[in-house]
Write a protein that binds this ligand. Structure first.
Ligand code: 5GP
Length: 127
């Protein structure tokens, strides 16, 4: 798949935009005014949930530069709420956000991977 350019224009047909609109199915976990969360289709941990802001932001770079304070607060709070709702706080969990080519971002709508349910091990693989 083509890696995301963090500066590319927002594509309203990207897969997560279609999920947010309800055009494609997902296993929904959470929704509020600012954020939407659902299970990753190819989980790499017992719990692997994607949390998205509802706004049209390509990447963390785009979001951190252009989102309103309300959107940023709403999204950050939603990530914490999802982790608490899934009872991940006591055992711990990992958040990952991939940005652009070196980060390995594939889908051009900002999303945080929330991973839990087992010890995550080292932060990065050796290669
Ligand atoms: P990225 O590499 O962009 O950070 O991660 C994209 C993630 O989206 C991957 O973990 C991938 O499994 C997940 N994904 C891709 N397409 C779909 C889909 O149609 N539905 C769901 N639920 N997850 C998807």
């Amino acid at each position: 798949m083509t890696p995301v350019d963090p500066h590319q224009p927002y594509d309203d047909d990207n897969i997560f935009a279609r999920i947010l609109r309800g055009d494609l199915p997902c296993e929904k976990v959470y929704e509020d005014d600012w954020a939407f969360a659902f299970h990753d289709i190819a989980p790499v941990a017992d719990t692997h949930v994607l949390v998205l802001p509802k706004g049209r932001y390509v990447s963390w770079d785009d979001f951190s530069a252009n989102a309103s304070a309300e959107e940023i607060a709403g999204f950050v709070r939603a990530v914490g709420t999802v982790a608490r709702d899934l009872d991940l706080v006591d055992a711990g969990y990992r958040l990952i956000n991939n940005i652009g080519k070196d980060g390995g971002q594939i889908v051009p709508h900002l999303h945080v991977h929330l991973l839990g349910g087992r010890a995550m091990g080292p932060m990065l693989s050796a290669n």
